[in-house]
Design a protein around this ligand. Structure first.
Ligand code: SF4
Length: 103
């Protein structure tokens, strides 16, 4: 769920990861471009719609050339919203809590 509105509240390492991801995304065709609504996990969105969208977004991520970089960034930034690198916020939380176990 790439957005271009990164705030100033991230450290330099995370910001570099984000800038690299944005640069690579601008040079390639990535599945989330134009499909941002599928990757949104905001709780204001109807839960049934989120349940419907989530597997579609994950499937799109699985075909994305940036999936590894995207997940790396999302974990480093502790992104709390959206599907990034094929993971939900809860799955990323699980990975960060126990990186040895698959989410
Ligand atoms: S891995 Fe998913 S969220 Fe990340 S850039 Fe690719 S399609 Fe977008």
């Amino acid at each position: 769920m790439i957005t271009t509105d990164k705030g100033n509240n991230v450290n330099k390492k995370v910001l570099h990861l984000y800038e690299d991801l944005i640069r690579e995304a601008s040079e390639q065709t990535i599945p989330c471009t134009g499909n941002g609504h599928l990757f949104d996990t905001d709780e204001s969105i109807n839960i049934e719609l989120r349940k419907w969208n989530e597997p579609i977004a994950k499937e799109l991520c699985s075909k994305c050339p940036l999936v590894y970089d995207c997940l790396t960034y999302a974990l480093a930034a502790k992104e709390t919203h959206g599907i990034w690198g094929g993971t939900t916020p809860i799955e990323r939380e699980q990975i960060l809590r126990n990186p040895q176990k698959p989410a």
